[in-house]
Every structure is written in structure tokens, then in C-alpha cells.
Design a protein around this ligand. Structure first.
Ligand SMILES: Cc1cc2nc3c(=O)[nH]c(=O)nc-3n(C[C@H](O)[C@H](O)[C@H](O)COP(=O)(O)OP(=O)(O)OC[C@H]3O[C@@H](n4cnc5c(N)ncnc54)[C@H](O)[C@@H]3O)c2cc1C
Length: 357
């Protein structure tokens, strides 16, 4: 296993919840590359970036030389989308996508009182809640009228907005960041609506884009991500891809831990000699905002139907049903978030069960 970072094993979802717990980057790492190497009986080569792939000769190149392979698995992850902002403070903007980024964030937040987050999507909202819990005032800027605009019906985004606002988050919605300037350790952020905000740090949470470049240059088919078939194999036999860098059948990106583990198990079985298709169960997305938790299951892209609200004793459930009244998606928050397991089961009953892996 060759890794560009230190190869330590850690739970990446904790990157947006660890400030509240005052965890350092080293406290987040469960085991080192060396421990993992012993435990799993694999050779781990940390701090080495794969520079190119040569499928014809079945070799990869790194700065310490070439390695040959029998089969190859690409688990390259995704890059933060660059914020490309103007101003002499733009290079101070942080994005948090690995342990080293988290370490830089911790250092930057030392003594900080106000931090601006660019993007009110899932990761931006999680960071806002985490900063709050860590005693820092978060200011969130997003061009949409509500947070989680791409993920949930507006009412759910609004309920999260209201609850986080009550807890201390300052929203700047329907606007964008225009430029960031630096003056004596203070950042001045200009918004396109003309407002000027003084903050101690800026985090960009505007999304991630699958790392496809290595594959593309090597002639492996890519679209949004590295294209894989039902077995996780790319257009080049013997090369597989999974996780944030992969694009699964039906154009689906699955940038979450559980689908990555499911794909890993299936690909491992195939590589060990038992051809195994990847079957994803129904997997809702949980937004880790303890102030007001949100759980969402988006309907499949091809499903025709509509969102409507179902109220029970003042508790709202947003449900996506098709013309035959079958449930294909839901969005629940706050108290109603607790009903997500039964809703997930109801959605699951509309689909044939995948064979046991
Ligand atoms: C802040 C945050 C919060 C999240 N919260 C959740 C959550 O609550 N629930 C959830 O399910 N998911 C969450 N996710 C997403 C989840 O962490 C990812 O889907 C998962 O980690 C993907 O695993 P991966 O192996 O594809 O990529 P990564 O975990 O990013 O690993 C990619 C690895 O590839 C290495 N690499 C890249 N290029 C090269 C190269 N050229 N040569 C060698 N090595 C290379 C990198 O160094 C890295 O070690 C979150 C993500 C973030 C950033």
C-alpha cells in the first residue's frame, strides 16, 4: 500500500467533529502505518506519491522508483475544490481533507474567536457546529437561501439554519465571498453583497472533486470520477477503483465511508478469486450537527415523484413518494431524525434485496 500521507489509520469523519472534543491530529490517529503493516501483514509505504501508472507494463512510478503489480486498486480520494478567490489573504484559506490539514486548522484556531466558513453544505454545517462547541463564533456564507440546499428540501435546511442560529452561528446566505485580505493576522472578507467581515480564520467547504488525473493520463476511462463496473473494475482489466475517486454504475459518486467499505470487501473477494459484484444497500446520509441532527436519503435520479411533508404531533417528516405512493427518499431533522431507521426499512422494502456478500 503506497500512501502520499503518513499512512496512519484514522476516522476521516472525525475531522469535522473533533474540535469540540479538543482532539489533536495525533489523538485522531488510531494506529501508525507501522502498526497497520504488522497487524494486516501488508507492506505500507508512507509519504510516497504515485506519479504515474503504466498499465501495459503493469508498473507504477514513484519518486523512489518503479513498482510492478499484478492487480492494482486505486483509492486516491478526492481533492477540495479550490476557492480561487482574490485578495492577499486568499492563501490563508484552509480546507480540511486529511490529518495534516486538521493539524494546520488546530494551529490556526489557537486563540481565534470568529471563523468564517465558505459553504453551507454538509461539511460546512458540520464545521459550524463543531466550532460552536469549541467556543468559536462561526460565520457561514452560502449563495443559496438555506443551508444543505443540494441535499434536503428547503424546510429541513431552514430548520437547521434556525437551530444553529439560536446556538450562535451567523449566516450570510444568498451571497458569496468575493475577496479575502490580510492585515496584521486579521482577515477581512468582502462579500458580493457589499458586506465586510473581520475574522480570525477562513475555512473553505465548497466541495470535493474525485482525483482522476492519474487514471486519465494512463488511458483509464473517467467522467466525474474513475469509471468502474459492477465489480469495481475500471476500463483497464486488473485495475480497480473505489471510494471518493470512483464513479460507480449509473454515474453515482459515493463519497462516504460505508459504501467505500462495501466496495472494498467486494473487490477484495474478487481479487482473492471469488468474482463478487458490489451491491450497495439503502444508505441514508447523516449530517453530524448535534445541535440539530439531519438524516437524508435522496431518491434515485431516475425516480419520478415529489417531496411532501407529513406531520405527526408537531413533528415534520419530509417524504419523497412516487406516483404509486411508494417511499423512495426522506429528510428528517431534530426530533424526527430518530425515525430514520424505520423510514430506511420502508424504502428498502420497495427494492429487491441484494444477495448476501
Ligand atoms: C471533513 C469530512 C467529514 C466527513 N464526514 C463523513 C461522515 O460523517 N460520514 C461518511 O460516511 N463520510 C464522511 N466523509 C467522507 C469520507 O471520509 C470519505 O468518503 C472516505 O474517507 C473516502 O475514503 P477514500 O479512501 O476514498 O479517500 P481518502 O480517505 O481521502 O484517502 C485517500 C488516500 O489516497 C492518498 N493519495 C492520494 N493521491 C495519491 C497518490 N498520487 N499517491 C499515493 N497516495 C495518494 C491520500 O494521501 C489518502 O491517504 C467526510 C469527509 C470529510 C473531508
Amino acid at each position: 500500500m503506497i500512501s502520499a500521507d503518513d499512512g496512519a489509520q484514522y476516522s476521516k469523519p472525525m475531522l469535522s467533529t473533533a474540535l469540540a472534543q479538543k482532539k489533536t491530529a495525533s489523538q485522531l490517529a488510531n494506529s501508525s502505518a507501522q502498526d497497520m503493516s504488522k497487524r494486516l501483514n501488508v507492506a505500507v509505504i508512507p509519504h510516497q506519491r504515485v506519479l504515474s501508472l503504466a498499465p501495459q507494463s503493469r508498473t507504477i512510478s514513484t519518486s523512489i522508483g518503479e513498482f510492478s503489480y499484478g492487480d492494482l486498486v486505486l483509492a486516491l480520494g478526492a481533492d477540495p475544490i479550490p476557492s480561487k478567490l482574490q485578495g492577499d489573504g486568499a492563501d490563508q484559506i484552509l480546507s480540511v481533507n486529511d490529518l495534516a490539514d486538521y493539524s494546520r486548522l488546530r494551529a490556526k484556531l489557537e486563540g481565534a474567536r470568529r471563523v468564517l466558513i465558505i459553504g453551507g453544505g454538509l461539511i460546512g454545517c458540520e464545521f459550524a457546529n463543531d466550532l460552536l462547541a469549541g467556543g468559536i463564533v462561526p460565520l457561514v456564507v452560502d449563495p443559496n437561501p438555506t443551508p444543505l440546499a443540494k441535499l434536503t428540501p428547503e424546510a429541513i435546511g431552514n430548520s437547521l439554519k434556525d437551530e444553529l442560529e439560536r446556538a450562535g452561528v451567523i449566516w450570510h446566505l444568498n451571497t458569496k465571498v468575493d475577496r479575502v485580505n490580510l492585515k496584521q493576522n486579521q482577515l477581512t472578507v468582502m462579500l458580493t453583497n457589499g458586506l465586510k467581515l473581520e475574522v480570525d480564520g477562513v475555512i473553505s467547504a465548497i466541495g470535493l472533486t474525485p482525483r482522476t488525473e492519474l487514471a486519465k493520463v494512463a488511458g483509464i476511462a473517467t467522467a466525474q470520477g474513475i469509471l468502474v463496473d459492477a465489480y469495481g473494475e475500471t476500463s483497464v482489466p486488473g485495475i480497480f477503483a473505489l471510494g471518493d475517486c470512483a464513479e460507480y454504475l449509473d454515474g453515482r459518486l459515493m463519497p462516504y465511508v460505508r459504501p467505500t467499505l462495501i466496495a472494498a470487501r467486494s473487490i477484495a473477494a474478487t481479487l482473492a478469486g471469488t468474482l463478487t459484484q458490489i451491491h450497495f444497500p439503502i444508505m441514508p446520509i447523516t449530517v453530524k450537527t448535534p445541535t440539530h441532527p439531519v438524516v437524508v436519503l435522496r431518491p434515485g435520479l431516475s425516480v419520478k415523484g415529489e417531496w411532501s411533508v407529513f406531520r405527526e404531533l408537531d413533528i415534520e417528516h419530509w417524504l419523497f413518494r412516487d406516483d404509486d405512493n411508494r417511499l423512495h427518499g426522506f429528510a428528517v431533522s431534530g426530533t424526527s431524525a430518530k425515525s430514520h431507521p424505520s423510514l430506511t426499512r420502508e424504502v428498502g422494502s420497495a427494492y429487491p434485496k441484494p444477495p448476501a456478500a
